[in-house]
Write a protein that binds this ligand. Structure first.
Ligand code: TRP
Length: 330
């Protein structure tokens, strides 16, 4: 039996925050033995919004370094750059003939991005979900680890694949959302009842490349409450509970023992101790590895190339099946 396939895509410009790290990336390393995992830096999706060429170029390689530094072993996972394998664009065209204007126009990300970029509502932005469907379907992916904001795109991917299969037979695997068993849901620092996200401003999240003093400052400003007791009670004490949860995942302890560590302590101490745990166990070690890796662009280029070839090995037979099914002359 061959292993099931996991596929996810990451924007080259986005530095993950500790919510992405604890909720997803950290757990991806545990999957590498049981699944074939592809993690793709989606530079072709990025250009649906105007990009500065030098920035995009730099961001793509840096993103590769960042995901390696965050724990993705590039020998055990197919970590690569989308534009390095032509199969993505090729399948995207084929699938665009099975994607309806109406359904694409209903995508909330398309509506948001076109509202934010009224001068550049381009065809690529409209077709973005079709390229995403191609990313996923190209490899026969079974599982796709994504956040809530991408569920609509996965639903559309399933619709396109099902539509295609209804016409041509069982060509595509119908993918499902992957929800890791162990993923922690880290909350926003200034609004601890909501999941950590970049949408609400810098002060809300800790990016994994934030320097130590910035991490410390952000935690010091984290919302707590007017009471003084440190205990885990998400309903009544969301801020304090969230800090305890971050401490527990950052140090690999249970919430119970985190509570015990802070018994009788004050909120100021809680905030700085949690910040220090994140700095020592997450941001500093990742940044150290990252800084080493970006000193060696040759190595990174070589990883990207080798992994794009591995991706093509999985994608090509599927692409050939799709073309055959449609009736293209091979
Ligand atoms: N659209 C996703 C995002 O913005 C990135 C992405 C591109 C993706 N292709 C994908 C995610 C395929 C999962 C699967 O986050």
């Amino acid at each position: 039996m061959s292993k099931n396939i996991i596929f996810s895509g990451m924007q080259p410009s986005g530095v993950p925050h500790i919510g992405n790290y604890f909720g997803a990336i950290k757990n991806w390393a545990d999957l590498q033995d049981d699944y074939n995992c592809l993690y793709c830096i989606v530079d072709l999706h990025a250009i649906t919004i105007r990009q500065d060429p030098a920035e995009l170029h730099k961001n793509s390689l840096n993103a590769l370094a960042l995901y390696i530094a965050a724990g993705l072993d590039p020998d055990k996972n197919i970590l690569y750059i989308q534009s390095h394998y032509k199969g993505h664009t090729e399948l995207s065209w084929l699938l665009s003939c099975f994607s309806y204007m109406g359904e694409l126009g209903r995508m909330t990300q398309y509506k948001d991005k076109s509202a934010n970029n009224p001068d550049n509502i381009n065809l690529g932005l409209f077709a973005y979900p079709t390229l995403q469907a191609a990313d996923i379907l190209l490899f026969g992916s079974h599982l796709v680890p994504i956040g809530d904001d991408q569920k609509q795109h996965l639903e559309l991917t399933r619709d396109i694949a099902t539509r295609f299969n209804n016409i041509y037979g069982d060509i595509f695997t119908i993918p499902e959302v992957f929800t890791p068993k162990t993923g922690a849901r880290i909350k926003r620092l200034s609004d601890p009842e909501k999941k950590m996200s970049k949408s609400d401003g810098e002060a809300n999240y800790v990016a994994i490349l934030d320097p130590a003093d910035v991490v410390m400052k952000k935690f010091k400003r984290a919302v707590t409450d007017s009471d003084t007791e440190i205990r885990h009670d998400p309903e009544n004490k969301p801020g304090v509970s969230s800090l305890l949860e971050i401490y527990a995942v950052a140090t690999g302890t249970s919430i119970k023992s985190a509570e015990a560590d802070f018994d009788g302590k004050q909120y100021g101490f809680l905030k700085t101790t949690v910040a220090q745990a994140v700095i020592d166990n997450v941001t500093n070690p990742i940044q150290e590895k990252y800084n080493d890796l970006i000193k060696n662009p040759d190595y990174l280029h070589q990883v990207a190339k080798k992994n794009a070839e591995k991706a093509a090995e999985i994608g090509e037979p599927i692409l050939t099946n799709v073309k055959k099914a449609i009736g293209l002359l091979l």
